[in-house]
Design a protein around this ligand. Structure first.
Ligand code: NDP
Length: 309
């Protein structure tokens, strides 16, 4: 019987995963780190694994993130040299598409201004910009970003995308690499970030990026809080270079009650809700990869720790 150990301090997540594993893979022994037998685990299912917890597993053969990203694995220290996989959930991808549809329509049709006007009983029609003239950029064209970019292109928006390697997506002007970034950004009305957090992407969203967008552009951050240079964002909002920022992810979550973003003009805070993988999908994919490990079959959704995603 294979053993999976759950490495996280999130008690709610542990309960959800235990229930999901019991349903989808009753043949697996699923333990918490403190339980007897946990040290024999071949598979570690992780969300911010506690320091040293991965290194304490001598029989470890697979590190499995329970999320799309793998940046949180660093919390354990340097990773043991075993494969790393992540979760790719089609329903989570659909959730991200819905969230970004809402975000784009909200700002394209100026609902942010209309709602602010209502609070002052002000009747004022906002300007109407057709979708075809509204330029949206998507940073990151992976599982999430490619679906979002294609959905928006299908809805008629003028969409550009950016990735590390070259891509071809129907209806999307694709750019790649460092040299492609300024071309992707130039004059955008709204910028969506769906990059993974890596050494190369940390604080990428800075004053230079904001200055390349159209004056009065909007930032939508669905990646990670550390993608944003906070002081540069505050200044871009203050100066009007950015009209608004929709922030779904933060360096510290939950966002502390005293954090300025809660009350900064133009900022909308959402509680890391853009989309979540279901416990059922997480448990199913980890169980499938555990079976594949036993039969020496290729693992699904491998990440590259050297690249950070
Ligand atoms: P993927 O790994 O599938 O895709 C990552 C994309 O980013 C790829 O297109 C990749 O390029 C590109 N990329 C990575 N590094 C660079 C770089 N240095 N320069 C240019 N492009 C780069 O990730 P997902 O789409 O599954 O998820 C992306 C991120 O979204 C997650 O890591 C997570 O942070 C965030 N997320 C947020 C959620 C939320 O609720 N807010 C929910 C789910 C995810 P290439 O294709 O060439 O490899």
């Amino acid at each position: 019987m294979s053993t999976v150990v759950l490495l996280t301090d999130d008690a709610e997540l542990i309960t959800e995963l235990q229930q999901a594993f019991a349903q989808v893979a009753p043949e697996l022994r699923v333990l918490q780190a403190h339980q007897a037998g946990a040290a024999e685990a071949e598979v570690a299912a992780c969300w911010f694994p506690p320091p040293g917890s991965l290194q304490a597993l001598p029989r470890l053969r697979l590190i499995h993130s329970v999320s799309a990203g793998i940046e949180h694995l660093d919390s354990s220290g340097s990773l043991p040299p075993v494969p790393v996989c992540r979760v790719v959930d089609p329903e989570q991808r659909q959730g991200m598409v819905e969230f970004m549809r809402w975000a784009v329509i909200h700002y394209q049709r100026h609902f942010d201004l209309v709602l602010a006007n209502q609070r002052q009983a002000r009747w004022q029609r906002p300007p109407q910009c057709p979708a075809s003239a509204y330029k949206v950029g998507v940073l990151g064209l992976g599982s999430m970003g490619s679906a979002v970019a294609q959905d928006l292109a299908g809805a008629g928006y003028a969409v550009r995308g950016w990735s590390r390697s070259p891509k071809t997506l129907a209806g999307v002007d694709c750019y790649h690499g460092d040299s492609g970034l300024p071309h992707c950004l130039a004059g955008l009305d709204l910028l969506i970030n769906l990059l993974p957090l890596t050494a190369a992407t940390e604080r990428l969203l800075d004053r230079q990026v904001f200055a390349t967008l159209a004056p009065g552009a909007v930032l939508v951050n669905g990646g990670r809080g550390q993608h944003v240079a906070d002081a540069d964002l505050a200044e871009a909002l203050r100066s009007g270079q950015l009209r608004a920022a929709l922030l779904d992810v933060f360096e510290q979550e939950p966002l502390p009650a005293a954090h300025p973003w809660w009350h900064t003009a133009g900022v909308t805070v959402t509680p890391h809700m853009a989309s979540a993988a279901s416990a059922h999908c997480i448990a199913s994919q980890i169980a499938e990869n555990t079976r594949r490990l036993s039969s020496a079959a290729p693992l699904l959704h491998r990440a590259d720790p050297a690249l950070g995603y």
